[in-house]
Design a protein around this ligand. Sequence first.
Ligand code: DC
Length: 235
Amino acid sequence: MRRFEGALRAVITFDGPAAAGKSSVAQRVARALDVPFVSSGLLYRAATEVATSAGVDTSDEDAVLRALRAHTVALEPGSAGNRVRLDGRDVSAALHTDLVDANVSFVAAHPRVRDWVSEQLREVPPPFVVDGRDMGAVVFPEARHKFFLTASVQERARRRVGERAADLEAVAAAIARRDALDAKQLEPAPDAHHLDTEGLDLDAVVARVLGILAERGLAPPAAKAAAPRGGGASP
Ligand code: DC
């Protein structure tokens, strides 16, 4: 029934908790491999924007679904970032507001909203790199390359705000709260490569991932040309 059944193996998934660096890493890997990057979180944010704009109680699954069915939401993947169109209008800039942040975990907890997001993602033609919480375990179980990025709450807070002690505690508390709210959705695939990114900067994580992919025979186009013998083992 699904389109691209075999091609879905060409999807690369990045899952993990909030602020683990998934989208930055996924975007860099997508660019290196010259394939689109797809942000699943943006679709949950778009669903939340639709529900809150309609004045719907976001804990009411039926009402959220009714609001979603009344609109057309389209995700436009790209290597630099994703755009979301709501009834043809670009609403990308409106998806990171405090209101969306405060409601998105509740909207994302509804099983039929998750089905709505999954269906849209499965319509995207592979190959691409996608980030989320359950991309490898639930949405693209057939993907060949799956990564699960982790880091401590303190490390993730530091990455978000730097070392400024004043903000650090509040941001760490907010991340821990989000972890608790997203816990049910956060599911590592049994065949995911777990990467503890504690103490690693973005360049180091990207290098690790590209090294692992190269070991598996998936080298970036430029690297392939520069190093036809392959290799590229990670440290
Ligand atoms: O990745 P993000 O912060 O933009 O995600 C926004 C919210 O959507 C986050 O609270 C968790 C949820 N989400 C999810 O449940 N499943 C996904 N695959 C992606 C995001």
